[in-house]
Every structure is written in structure tokens, then in C-alpha cells.
Write a protein that binds this ligand. Sequence first.
Ligand code: HPA
Ligand code: ZN
Length: 334
Amino acid sequence: MTDFIAGLPKVELHLHIEGSLEPELMFELAQRNQVAIPFDSTEAVRAAYDFHNLQSFLDIYYQGANVLIHEQDFFDLTWAYLLRCAQDNVIHTEIFFDPQTHTDRGIEFATVVNGICRALEQGRTELGISSQLIMCFLRHLDEEAAFHTLEMALPFKDKIVAVGLDSSEQGNPPQKFARVFARALEYGFLTVAHAGEEGTPQNIRDALSLLSISRVDHGVACAGDEALMDELAQNRMPLTVCPLSNTKLKVFERMEDHNIAMLLRRGLCVTINSDDPAYFGGYMTDNFSAVANALPLSEAELAQFTLNAIEASFVDATSKAEMTARVQAYLAAR
Ligand code: HPA
Ligand code: ZN
């Protein structure tokens, strides 16, 4: 099973690029940019990654991002992630970035996007990895700030396929951003949102109806609502599930308790993703392996996670057919 998972072509749909900042690069950038960080070694950084919920992670995650200043920093960050993708046989990735984490520190929007996109372009030509970029609004900030961020994104519209919603779910429901998302849809962006990670099934329902989302990020709380699960299965509404994130942030105590296998077997379009791999202890192959080690899944079921991700991706039918053919060829050669 280890070899099968390692070789399986994978598609990632839920990855925060700031969450791929490994402690080693954090130290390198802190030094390069003369930014103080409250740790004296990479071991001390890793020791601090002992989270008990989403907020305890977010506090450290936003602090880590402070070392990112120049376009080259965003390039280096993204390139390091893409090299890990290549190791894990990730053939396509759709990555989130949090512009407000940077613009609120005086970093230009263009600095962030240009650095990320230069790496994505090099990933296409040198690694054969295709990609899309999704801009997230920080939901703990207000509606006006999100509107302002949306306007800043317009000159980069051709580089950003969708807008999303992340940060603290509790206390910041989808309603708060209904008008911003309506405007984003008018501008031609697709929409996604984190919902039902720590929040309720009602948050998933509200994200679907008020934000017109094309995918639910996380969404594992749907298991508390039978009718919602039926609806999600019927509509093949994709869920971008992040197994190691969920156990690290105590959404599930143990991987054996995770509901991803149950959701797959009920016909939901569930996918496996790494979320913030530098903080949660693993990239795509690690997430697939952690699931396969804890839950009894066949090779066909594991491959179905990739087929679901291809179905849920924001690329044209030709690209989806090409990626599907690569998975079929891999299965046929076994
Ligand atoms: N949830 C909410 N906000 C986030 C996450 C997450 O999993 N990762 C980075 N920002
Ligand atoms: Zn996330």
C-alpha cells in the first residue's frame, strides 16, 4: 500500500501556501530580512506546534508569515512547496494565499502574487505541475477589509481563479461575507469557503446558499446532518478534507475516528489535502498514508480520492480528461 500511495498521481485542492513555510526556510528568511522571530532553533519552532484547536494554530501561523517580505521570499516559499509536490506525485495543485496577512504589514499585493505566480509558472515548465491560485479573505477581519482586498485583486484577475474564506470559523459565519462573495461572483471569480471544520452543519448550508460556493473546504461537520450529507452526495458537491490537519487541531481525536471513509462510501465527492503541511506534519503522501493506515480502504478507494479531486478541480474538461487518463494508466499498470 505504501508503494501504491507513493506512486499514485495526486491532485491537491486545499493548501495554504503560507502553511507550507517549513521552520528551516522561516529561519533563513528571518535572517535574510532581519525579522525577529520568538524561537532560537528549528526544534523550538516544531516544539511550539502543539495545537489544541484552530485558534491556537492560527496565532502561530500568522506570526510565522511575518518573515515573508520580498517577491523572492514568496517565490522561494512556493517553489519549496512545488518541489515537495513533485516528490509526492502531485500533478495539479490549487493553492490558497491570504493577501491580508501581508498587505496589513505593508507588503504590496503585487509582491505576493508575482512571487507566487513566478514559482507556479516555473512549476509548470520545469516540473510539469499545473496549478491555480485562490485568494482567501480572513474571516476574523471585517467586510469592508474584504471588499478592499477584492478590489486590489482585480488587476490580477487573470491569475486568480476563485476567492475563498479562511481563519476563525467560530463567530465569523458565512453571512458576514455574503455581499463580498456576491460582488466576487459578479466579477467572474469562482467561490469556495472553509465551512464545517470546527463549525456546524448549518455553516455548510449557509456557505452553499449565501456564498454560492463550488467546493466546501473541510466540511467534515456535515456528518452531523443526514439530509445535508444526502444533498452533498446528490449534487457531487466537493469536500476538500484535510486528515492530518483535523487530527492536529483535534477536530477528530484520532485518525481512526475520522469520517472520510464513511463520506466516500456514501457517495460524497471527498478529496484528501494537506492544508498547512509545515504545521500539521505532512504533505499529500503523508495524508494519504495516515488515512490508509487508520482506516480500511482499498486501492480503488484511495484512487477515487484523486478522481474526485480531478472532478472538483477548476480546470477545463480537456485537462480533467488528461489527468483522469494518468490515474487510469497508473491503475492499469499495477
Ligand atoms: N482553517 C481556517 N483557516 C486556516 C486554515 C484552516 O484549516 N489554514 C490556514 N488558515
Ligand atoms: Zn484550510
